[in-house]
Design a protein around this ligand. Structure first.
Ligand code: HEC
Length: 88
């Protein structure tokens, strides 16, 4: 029983702590705007394409195409695409 208590005393705060940290990490991503994600990710391989360079339909397709390349989540891709479409 003593062992179990010791485990709980240490494991519980660690579990709670890591949950808090995980939620912080995801809210950090959630807080990034489409423009920010665009500026940070799309330049890794080529110059950032201007939002006015393509029409809204093209941006949907390019979003899917570049999502794979840039390794973005669905949420991040949607934000980038919405940002790029907002200029048209
Ligand atoms: C890992 C590298 C990489 C990243 C990151 C990347 N791209 Fe690309 N991109 C490419 C390559 C390579 C091409 C050339 C076409 C191909 O072979 O896919 C390309 C082509 C394009 C094109 C030309 C049209 C097309 O679909 O081929 C556009 C527009 C574009 N990228 C936009 C973006 C945007 C917006 C982002 C950010 C979300 C992005 N790219 C992130 C590698 C990347």
């Amino acid at each position: 029983m003593k062992n179990l208590k010791t485990i709980l005393v240490f494991a519980l705060p660690m579990l709670v702590g890591s949950l808090i940290m995980a939620s912080c990490a995801s809210s950090k991503v959630a807080m990034k705007s489409g423009a920010q994600l665009w500026g940070e990710n799309c330049v890794r391989c080529h110059s950032t394409p201007s939002p006015s360079a393509y029409n809204n339909t093209d941006w949907e397709t390019i979003g899917l195409h570049m999502r794979v390349r840039a390794n973005l989540t669905a949420e991040e891709t949607q934000k980038v695409v919405e940002f790029l479409q907002s200029a048209n």
